[in-house]
Design a protein around this ligand. Sequence first.
Ligand code: GLA
Length: 388
Amino acid sequence: MRLTIDDVRSRFKKHFNNEEGSVYASPGRINLIGEHTDYNGGFVFPGAVQQGMIAEIKPNGTRTIRAYSIDLKDYAEFSIDDPAGPTASHFRYLFGVAREMMKLGVAVEGFDTAFAGDVPLGAGMSSSAALESTYAFAINDLFGDNKIDKMTLAKVGQATEHNYLGLNCGIMDQFASVHGKKGNLMRLDCRSGEFEYFPWNPKGYKLVLINSCVKHELAGSPYNDRRNSCENVAKACAAKHPEAKIETLRECTWDMLEEVKGECSEEDIKRATFVLGEKDRVLAVCDALERGDYETVGQKMYETHYGLSKDYEVSCEELDFLNDIAKECSVTGSRIMGGGFGGCTINLVAEELYDNFVKTVVPKFEEKYGKKPIVIDVVIGDGSRKLC
Ligand code: GLA
């Protein structure tokens, strides 16, 4: 069900004495390829989706945020000056964003807010980035004269994850949510921050997500361990090659990886093997897209799935099953999307095979796991914005 502004407005009114504030929205995201490459200084290929978060906000002239989560029917009040902040994670996102904006010199004040979203939670579609971006954008507008640039707003969301949720994520999700543009994917170089829009119009193909509904919670998951493994290997390569000025796996080569095999744990080497392969795949996909060669794009997606499952070990039985069924249905490309440990697969499917795929995968999954997976057609939408 698509979320409407009116829903949020009426709940805000009801909760806050018939008042009216400003309304902002930010989307979730998909990612065509380039997984776990962002914190390794590599490339990613995301796009914003139509599903997102909507928040109504009105400054209340105090130092307190009074926040109502419409979806969770949960309310909290917390001071922006108390560093401890609220305990519930859905409120910590907005508290963290407010605090990070204060660090940037924005004169944040207290506000009343109600928020809701239609990005499925824990599906790997970045509902949390959508929430962070909504508040970063809104606070910049309401208290900061819009002086903070978009990339910095994305970094505010990322810093919120690091400092208030304990997840050492990369920049992809918040970047995509803030910068999204209807009909376009974005190719971001996470080392330099440079990016370009890439019109996404794959004639004859569709992108569809299949949500396994295995809840993925990255905070508290081994996501941070994966990042540590990558950093260990990058450090080992840097020690051997000071001339290469290695900061992340982006600067490491296959030869270097071979050289440090004896010094790093087998597990760390496996993780780095995936990341080096993924760097190559992203570039291959960019070339293939320029030629309109979607078969190669799809093949790379399957390779990414294999690597995420076997070397990076962020898959689960249900996601591997969805990938197998996609293969059986001759889907062009299929893989885990996002951080892993549950959530969705993203599938590039020829239009004429779409119906058969959906008709096959849903009952087969249900028969095996006792619950229906959710089919989500991807429509690439806009990034953070003020609605009214
Ligand atoms: C999560 C993180 C991102 C990125 C992906 C994996 O979505 O928030 O920064 O690392 O996982 O590509």
